[in-house]
Design a binder for this molecule. Structure first.
Ligand SMILES: *Cc1c(COP(=O)(O)O)cnc(C)c1O
Length: 398
């Protein structure tokens, strides 16, 4: 049995170095807690980046996956499978969208959404150099297409040229979208709540205004719900807080609560693809769809949204109090169980995250001086109190 340092060295000797990882080896999860190889317990307010909505070790979820492993893991999309159709029908009903395509990740869901919008633009005879409008400070993933619409310049620059004619507007600034839009706009892509960029919920005026602009120019509205969807804002999908229906949404992260699965969903009008236009070997296989299917059942039958709506205001008040107590906290933003604290310029989110870890609390940064709170959706008020105690202890050292 290797010791901890040997395990870390083994990994660092083999991995492509794209992450600066914390020197913690996580080994086990239980409810809202994680345990490392040294037996240290962490309260998890990161949920594996907003993935583990049901926490760790949910019995019903685990049993469904174990049963599916024994029956059938993979078939290819040349055939139907039992859990795929069921999961798609449940997603369709929960979102009000018409068509579902399962992918292996959020990034791939974005790729599919962009392909749909491009084909729609071609079919509607927009000029060959139609534009895609994305938002500053957005995050949509790391593949060539998803990166092209990601608003962080230093993520994009090393990989240019990317896909052409992407223009960036200012989030929550409708005039900046209007200024870029015309009849050759193929689509507007935005996160309903910006996650990675620092936890910024969209205003109602902005979302409804973008919807109207898209309608006026026959452009598709794509809501990236990969982080903010699946109940995190207190509605099943974040766009449902805004009384609009997007043409396309993307979903991943908590969709499978730990198994790698994403999806893009569209309305009938936006469903521009036909057989041969798009595909995936793994996407929507029986194993991942068994996860999606049981996640949808657990959300409905075990009232996960009710818990979000009851605990989120308590988390809000708790973080408001912390903001009052610590002058290094500059701003508190968010919606439901996706909230962020922005710190003054001299405090980096990385330092806060490390100090919290020392006190047994897992948090994630979002931009250089914001930390995000994206806990499992099953947390209780007691968990919030415990988090606050650990966070206060960590903040005292700054
Ligand atoms: C995480 C994320 C993605 C990328 O998803 P992956 O599963 O990492 O490919 C895209 N958009 C948003 C808003 C995200 O939070």
């Amino acid at each position: 049995m290797m010791n901890k340092q040997e395990m870390i060295s083994q990994a660092e000797g083999a991995y492509l170095h794209t992450y600066n990882r914390y020197p913690i080896i996580l080994e086990k999860g239980e409810g809202v807690y994680l345990y490392d190889t040294e037996g240290k317990r962490y309260l998890d307010f990161g949920a594996g980046i907003a993935v583990m909505a049901l926490g760790y070790g949910n019995e019903r979820y685990n049993d469904a996956l174990k049963a599916q492993i024994d029956k059938l893991i993979h078939t290819s999309n040349l055939f139907y499978n039992v859990s795929g159709g069921s999961a798609a029908a449940k997603l369709k009903a929960a979102s009000g969208m018409d068509r579902v395509f399962f992918t292996n990740s959020g990034t791939e869901a974005i790729e599919g959404a962009l392909k749909l919008a491009k084909k729609y633009a071609n079919m509607n005879r927009k000029s060959q150099d139609y534009t895609i409008i994305a938002m500053e400070h957005s995050f949509h993933g790391r593949s060539m297409g998803a990166l092209s619409v990601t608003g962080t310049e230093h993520y994009r620059t090393p990989f240019e040229p990317l896909i052409p004619n992407v223009k960036f507007a200012k989030y929550n600034d409708l005039e900046s979208v209007r200024a870029l839009m015309n009849d050759d706009t193929a689509c507007v892509i935005l996160e309903t709540v910006q996650g990675e960029g620092g936890i910024y919920p969209a205003t109602k005026e902005f979302i409804q205004g973008v919807r109207r602009l898209c309608d006026a120019h026959n452009a598709l509205m794509i809501c990236d719900e990969i982080q903010c969807g699946m109940g995190r804002t207190g509605k099943m999908f974040a766009f449902q807080n805004y009384d609009i229906q997007p043409d396309i949404i993307t979903c991943a992260k908590a969709l499978g609560c730990g198994v790698p699965v994403g999806a893009f969903l569209c309305t009938e009008r936006a469903a521009s693809m036909e057989p041969g236009d798009h595909g995936t070997t793994y996407g929507g296989n029986p194993f991942v769809c068994a996860a999606v299917d049981v996640v949808m059942d657990i959300f409905r039958e075990e009232h996960v949204l009710d818990n979000v709506n009851s605990v989120a205001p308590y988390l809000w008040d708790t973080l408001e109090n912390i903001k009052e107590e610590f002058p290094i906290v500059k701003e508190h933003r968010g919606m439901g169980l996706i909230q962020g604290l922005e710190f003054t310029a001299q405090v980096s989110s990385g330092d806060i995250v490390k100090a919290a870890q020392a006190h047994g609390l897992i948090l994630i940064g979002a931009s250089s001086n914001t930390i995000r709170f994206v806990p499992p959706l099953i947390i209780t008020r007691e968990n919030v109190d415990e988090m606050a105690g650990k966070l206060r202890a960590a903040l005292k050292s700054f």
